[in-house]
Write a protein of this length. Structure first.
Length: 163
C-alpha cells in the first residue's frame, strides 16, 4: 500500500480549551498532518481565500480537510460552510463540523449546505482524543478531491503548531 503524503488540516475553533485538547490529541496520537488553527469564521475564510495576514506565500497552504465549529464569533460555521460551497475554488473541500451543538436544526442545516460529516464533540479528553484519532484515520483512507490541493509545504509555519 502506498503511503499518502500528509495533508494540512485547518481547524476553525474559538474555544481555547477545545484548541488545547485538539493539540494534545494530535500529539498523543502522533498525527502527521500539520494543523493550522483559526479562531472565527471571518479568519477561516481569510485563510482559505489567502487574504489579509494569510496573503503571503506559504502562510495558508490549501487544507485537505476543514474541521469547523458552528458557534464562533464574527461569522458562524454554517455561514462559513455556505460561502465555501458557493466558491468554485473551495466547493470540494471536505468539511467536518465538529461542534457541541446537538440541535437537530444545526445538523440538518449543515447537511443541507453540503457538510461531509457532522460530529458532536465528545465529553472528556479521552473520548475527544479518540474521536480526533478516528477522524484522522478515516480521512487517511479517503481519496481527497484532486487538482486544487497543494502538496504539504515544509516551509510553512502553522499559526498554532500542534507540537
Amino acid at each position: 500500500m502506498m503511503v499518502k503524503k500528509p495533508f494540512v488540516v485547518l481547524l476553525a475553533e474559538d474555544d481555547e480549551h477545545d484548541i488545547v485538547a485538539t493539540n494534545r490529541a494530535w500529539q498523543k496520537h502522533n498525527i502527521a498532518n500539520q494543523l493550522y488553527i483559526v479562531n472565527d469564521g471571518e479568519e477561516c475564510l481569510d485563510f482559505l481565500r489567502r487574504r489579509g495576514k494569510y496573503s503571503e506565500p506559504g502562510a495558508a497552504p490549501r487544507p485537505g480537510i476543514l474541521l469547523l465549529d458552528i458557534k464562533m464569533p464574527r461569522m458562524d460555521g454554517l455561514t462559513v460552510l455556505k460561502y465555501i460551497r458557493e466558491d468554485e475554488e473551495l466547493q470540494h473541500l471536505p468539511v467536518i463540523i465538529l461542534t457541541t451543538s446537538k440541535a437537530e436544526e444545526d445538523r440538518l442545516k449543515g447537511y443541507n449546505l453540503g457538510v461531509n460529516a457532522y460530529i458532536v464533540k465528545p465529553v472528556g479528553f479521552e473520548n475527544f482524543s479518540e474521536a480526533v484519532r478516528t477522524i484522522n484515520l478515516f480521512w487517511q483512507l479517503v481519496e481527497l478531491p484532486g487538482g486544487k490541493h497543494e502538496p504539504h509545504e515544509d516551509t510553512a509555519t502553522p499559526s498554532h503548531p500542534a507540537g
